[in-house]
Design a binder for this molecule. Sequence first.
Ligand SMILES: Nc1ncnc2c1ncn2[C@@H]1O[C@H](COP(=O)(O)OP(=O)(O)OP(=O)(O)O)[C@@H](O)[C@H]1O
Length: 348
Amino acid sequence: MAGLTIESVSKRFGEQTAVDALSLEIEPGEFVALLGPSGCGKTTMLRMLAGFEAVSAGEIRLGERTLASRERQLPPEQRNMAMVFQSYALWPHMSVADNVGYPLKLRRLGGEAYRHQVAKALAMVELEPYAQRSPQELSGGQRQRVALARCLVTDPDVVLLDEPLANLDRHLRASMELSFRDFHRRTRATLVYVTHDQSEAMALADRIAVMRDGRLAQWATPQTLYRQPRSAWVAGFIGQGSLLNVAAGQPGVRLEEAALMRGLAEVAAERTQPLLVRPEHVTVLPDAPSRQGLQARVEGVTFRGERYELHLRLASGETLLAYHPVALGEGLQVGVILREGWCLERET
Ligand SMILES: Nc1ncnc2c1ncn2[C@@H]1O[C@H](COP(=O)(O)OP(=O)(O)OP(=O)(O)O)[C@@H](O)[C@H]1O
């Protein structure tokens, strides 16, 4: 199997740059998410991988083979990639099996080889019992699995997915996340998955390319993005947390409790290093008689089932999000201890 290389790829539509010198090195069999807000260029990047859009600059390669450069654009059917769209685009008048086999018919495959490959693809998404049904007789999740089987039937090197769960309700999305992971484990296909939903990207992908305005903001595992986001923008996009300024540390450094608490005690003018504090690293002391830690006021309380989210305001005026096992009254003065924080790049 071959890896997918995206090297300094740009796409311009007239004056507008939709993708700006993006580079990614994707391992064979890797599950990669392109994540970012609406308009950041995710779909344009996917369409350039598929061959539906030409690149304005840069190069896309699968192993040693150049798929796209300024001089050379391989047509979609010669790339051995398959794409799954948000709308499943199934033929309503064909059975599930015929829908799945359609790409094979286009390649003029018939007989036993055809039947075998359709059966294998249906088994991959656990839809064998539904082979003779029409797509109208299936649930949204099952239709999505038919679309997956149809893209798998030709044994593609790379599967491209454009917000494949966007049309499903929340409950179904969660169960489809599990079936996507399962699907990936069984096929070991290289998957490139476009989404604007960070929790979906975190749950599914081996690595995530976070995009902003056509550029790569960070390229890392979900764990690294959560624990070591490069900038305040990435931190704000991934998970929950608070941004404070501290007089300690430098970008890319983790601060432990003692250094962090000292750095926060400084006057505002000295506190120039932006810092991310995740809510699970905040300890709230509701009735600290010694007035330990920083002082804060409870401004809002939200019940989240297994815990409460506290919206706190520090004496400095900055806001801080914390988790707490029980509800606290709004307006209550509390002490807070920040057990760790992550120093971010200063935004330019
Ligand atoms: N064919 C086109 N002609 C002109 N501009 C385009 C074209 N396709 C996309 N764009 C512009 O390029 C930018 C990136 O669009 P793209 O669809 O790739 O974003 P996206 O991140 O996939 O957004 P969404 O999540 O909303 O689908 C947008 O500003 C969009 O308006």
